[in-house]
Design a protein around this ligand. Structure first.
Ligand code: AMP
Ligand code: ZN
Length: 134
């Protein structure tokens, strides 16, 4: 548990949450500022700041729980789809530096939530692909 980490405090039961699921690896609870009905966060009980700080074996366990919670939320709420969002770094919108996965249920008649995109430059994409390939 990391001092001054609000999600560690929630995992430890020191701060209340609207719990959806808990086991030895994760805790899942409703986001208090929901994007849509049923917006749920899944956090590991062990603190890590983000994706790159989390050991791959732990991540495997956590993501299996994200799948389980998402399936449950979808079944109970009957949403038409869902997004999994996982922010890393302030620039990406991360505000709580304890790894968490957002499960954002989506409804056909619900609000549109989209990343802005624009048509790519094929030559630039080819060069970038070369640069990034490993
Ligand atoms: P992020 O911007 O990806 O770091 O997401 C952090 C999320 O945590 C935000 O969507 C907040 O609404 C949510 N959040 C912050 N504090 C709490 C809390 N005490 N209980 C539930 N959700 C929280
Ligand atoms: Zn923490």
């Amino acid at each position: 548990m990391k001092n001054d980490c609000i999600f560690c405090a929630i995992a430890a039961g020191e701060i209340p949450c609207f719990k959806v699921y808990e086991d030895d690896v994760v805790l899942a609870y409703l986001d208090i500022n929901p994007c849509t009905k049923g917006h749920t966060l899944v956090i590991p009980k062990a603190h890590s700041a983000g994706l790159l700080d989390t050991p791959p074996d732990a991540l495997k366990e956590i993501v299996a729980r994200v799948q389980k919670v998402a399936a449950h939320v979808k079944e109970v709420l009957g949403c038409d789809g869902f997004n999994i969002l996982q922010n890393n770094g302030e620039a990406a919108g991360q505000s709580v530096f304890h790894l968490h996965f957002h499960i954002v249920p989506r409804y056909k008649d619900g609000p549109s939530l989209t990343f802005q995109s624009r048509k790519g430059d094929m030559a630039a994409l080819a060069a970038l692909g070369e640069r990034l390939r490993f």
